[in-house]
Design a protein around this ligand. Sequence first.
Ligand SMILES: [Zn+2]
Length: 165
Amino acid sequence: MLSEHRERSSTARVIPPARPRKLAKVPFVELADGRLQGVVSSGSDVERVYVSSVAAGNYEFACSTNNNRPCGGAYGAFCKHIRSLISEAVVQYGAERVGRYLKVDGEDAQSITAAMDLTSPAQGGNTAAAPVFSRFLHHLAYLELAPTTAPLPEMQWFPPTRAVV
Ligand SMILES: [Zn+2]
């Protein structure tokens, strides 16, 4: 079953954005480049996602949309997207690994977030947003192979040069 799906994926696929499908709250999370970073879906708009990150050590954070608009909630403190990102990271990697990576003590997502909150972390530029978002799109392409995962209207997110008509 799986190999059959893999084979089919080798050809370019065009997915008509038939109807908006629900996106997982945090469809992509990684511990990479000295950061916890990932993609968080907007609560209100199915076509909008946020690229959020927290740096290990100093907890500098950043959040902006996939269209590079700054997140309105990320001023002076973690926004809800970053909080969701931390929660999902703990689900996927476990609190110990997330805490070790970020260099923060905490036995669950709540205490890890609270410990970082206490340091009043600074907001940084979201320079990693483009590569993170690009990895997310690749990640989506893999997810599509899984029969249980509903594909997204992802073609809408590709830059115009990648659009296939
Ligand atoms: Zn945000």
